[in-house]
Design a protein around this ligand. Structure first.
Ligand SMILES: Nc1nc2c(ncn2[C@@H]2O[C@H](COP(=O)(O)OP(=O)(O)OP(=O)(O)O)[C@@H](O)[C@H]2O)c(=O)[nH]1
Length: 390
């Protein structure tokens, strides 16, 4: 009996404990367990974040790495050259002139130094000057002046003869002519240089060399390839420009040159460069055709800017033939200066005198070689000294 009682007591105690436990577990007001925290968004290091994962992406739960992009082709920028300034170039290139022109100087000095200066000698002097393309009228003026001065002098030392000839040559070249290249900006607007001339005279190379020389003088330049007749001319010009960091505006082959010129001036104005140089086509098909073409180019440019220089490129080696072509250009457009190319390749330096006389404008630039920096502002004294030697 005692055994039964013990079991009953144990069962009652266990039941009481179980009831107490259940009460504690489900009593009213018990706090809910804390919410399970979601795992934190993995933070990518800055350089690994895909583009656009900034503040606008906050709240995103995952950040996937960007899909691998195809590798961009590497564009190699051409190296930009720093050309030398234009000042003093003719002195540097003097030896080229001396090589091509000194025969003329030596011949004249020898003739003028003779003891007896009879008519035959004067005829020879005249012939030397005409052969050197000085032109008939300037030659006659020079010979007359020399005859008078020699008479006054009587006997002549070599220095005196040299002095006389130097004075006469310089007088014919015109040391006082304004040879400044007008490339000064007009406020915000660039200066505009129009380059005209027959193809083959070195027009495109001269345009490229001029751009280099202006960049060498610290100016910013835009080129206009308005010679749309010859696609190679535009390529050539662009290459010249790229070498010195000047942009080239070009149009479709056979396109309207005036439209290219207009776009070049518009770009130059927009980019506030100093000078826009426009290379034109020089087709001498008919005079009216040329006049229409160059006239239109000029008119169109003048809607946006002023044409400050019209440079005529003339090949010094073509003599009288080149001069006739030059005259046609002078008749259709108002030329302001001459760029005389290939002066290193001819003994006929007298063309400087005759071309100025025939066209009534000064030689402003001379080409003295094929090198990129072989275009120089023309300096009459250096020229005459190169002819006469030291
Ligand atoms: N020796 C020398 N060569 C020059 C000079 N100016 C240009 N040349 C060269 O003459 C060559 C022929 O030039 P051009 O046939 O006139 O060709 P371009 O320069 O494209 O001229 P365009 O046909 O008028 O556009 C080129 O190799 C030039 O380098 C110069 O002053 N001296």
């Amino acid at each position: 009996m005692d055994g039964y009682l013990g079991v009953i007591v144990i069962v009652a105690v266990v039941a009481l404990l179980a009831a107490g436990g259940l009460f504690l577990l489900f009593r009213p007001g018990r706090k809910a367990p804390p919410p399970v925290k979601p795992p934190e968004t993995p933070v990518l290091p800055e350089e690994k974040r895909p583009a656009g994962t900034g503040a606008e992406d906050e709240g995103a739960t995952t950040t996937l790495p960007p899909p691998a992009k195809p590798a961009e082709p590497v564009v190699v920028e051409p190296e930009v050259e720093v050309p030398p300034p234009s000042a003093g170039r003719m002195v540097r290139l003097r030896s080229r002139l001396a090589r091509s022109q000194s025969a003329l100087g030596r011949g004249l000095l020898e003739l003028l130094s003779r003891d007896r200066l009879d008519d035959d000698v004067w005829d020879e002097i005249e012939e030397s000057l005409i052969t050197a393309d000085v032109g008939v009228a300037p030659t006659q003026v020079m010979v007359e002046e020399l005859r008078t001065k020699v008479k006054v002098l009587g006997s002549r030392t070599p220095d005196e003869v040299r002095g006389l000839l130097r004075e006469q040559l310089l007088a014919q070249i015109g040391p006082g002519l304004d040879r400044t290249l007008h490339v000064r900006k007009h406020g915000e607007r660039p200066a505009v240089v129009l380059v005209v001339g027959v193809n083959g005279t070195g027009k495109t190379t001269t345009t490229g060399k001029l751009a280099r020389s202006l960049v060498g003088d610290g100016k910013r330049v835009v080129l206009g390839a308005a010679d749309t007749f010859r696609a190679a001319a535009a390529d050539q010009l662009q290459t010249w420009g790229e070498r010195v960091g000047a942009d080239t505006v070009r149009g479709p082959e056979g396109g309207d040159p005036a439209s290219v010129a207009f776009d070049a001036v518009a770009k130059g104005t927009e980019e506030k460069v100093d000078v826009v140089i426009v290379d034109t086509a020089g087709r001498l098909h008919t005079k009216t055709g040329l006049m229409d073409e160059l006239g239109k180019v000029k008119r169109v440019i003048e809607k946006k800017a002023t044409v400050d220089e019209v440079l005529l490129v003339l090949d010094a080696t073509t003599g009288q033939n080149g001069m006739r072509q030059a005259q046609v250009f002078a008749e259709v457009v108002n030329i302001t200066g001459i760029a005389l190319t290939k002066l290193d390749g001819t003994a006929k330096g007298g063309i400087v005198i005759s071309v100025q006389r025939e066209l009534g404008v000064p030689v402003k630039l001379v080409g003295l070689g094929e090198g990129p920096d072989d275009l120089a502002p023309f300096d009459p004294e250096v020229f005459v000294d190169a002819i006469l030697g030291d």
